[in-house]
Design a protein around this ligand. Structure first.
Ligand code: FMN
Length: 187
């Protein structure tokens, strides 16, 4: 199993299947990430997850506890490819936008920004209230890529998996990883 040191944070927004699809895709590509799952995400997983949380955790090269601020990924000296937070709850987005780091996910995101590595945030909310819009702009201006869980339809999706795959492909594009999960538009 290769270790590209991609950091994956999963927070408690609705959209756990997006995280699941990303982790399954990485696994199929023989890539195992550093994984952190928030308490909120574990709660949402009860409602939205396929299988158990432990099955999701098995895709990790290293599984970190969200309360462990001493973890490797909390330091910029630990080199990573970057970080994706999928789904990214409004609460985690707010922390990242304001530079708060009181749990490992927000701290690792802060470190990713400070080291100018790719940070991809995948918010899933509808509609977006003003604080969330402002925080998305703040995070964008700080260097993050806001990649909402909004699949396109130009690839003629037939199954939910196709919609998940579209978002997974767009996430991995940000890290230069070809997922093979999306038919690219060629005009
Ligand atoms: C079933 C369920 C669905 C939720 N959906 C969302 C959501 O779509 N977006 C969001 O920002 N928060 C959502 N929440 C609330 C977050 O889980 C909560 O604010 C949590 O404290 C976020 O913390 P975290 O970012 O550390 O995971 C949901 C909670 C539950 C239990």
């Amino acid at each position: 199993m290769n270790t590209p040191r991609l950091v994956v944070g999963v927070t408690g927004g609705s959209g756990i299947p997006y995280a699941q699809d990303l982790l399954e895709t990485l696994h199929a590509l023989d890539l195992a990430p550093h994984l952190v799952i928030s308490r909120g995400a574990a709660l949402v997983h009860v409602t939205e997850g396929k299988g158990t949380l432990e099955q999701l955790e098995r895709y990790a090269h290293t599984l970190h506890n969200d309360q462990n601020l001493g973890a490797s990924i909390a330091s910029g000296s630990f080199k990573t490819l970057g970080m994706v937070i999928v789904p990214c709850s409004s609460s985690s987005l707010a922390k990242i936008a304001l530079g708060l780091g009181d749990n490992l996910i927000s701290r690792a995101a802060h470190v990713t920004l400070k080291e100018r590595r790719p940070l991809v945030l995948v918010p899933r909310e509808a509609p977006y209230p003003r604080p969330m819009l402002e925080n998305m702009l703040r995070a964008h201006d700080a260097g993050a890529t806001i990649l909402p869980a909004s699949p396109g339809f130009y690839h003629a999706p037939e199954r939910v998996l196709d919609l998940l795959g579209f978002v997974t492909a767009r996430i991995l594009d940000q890290f230069g990883i070809e997922s093979g999960k999306m038919k690219r538009w060629e005009g």
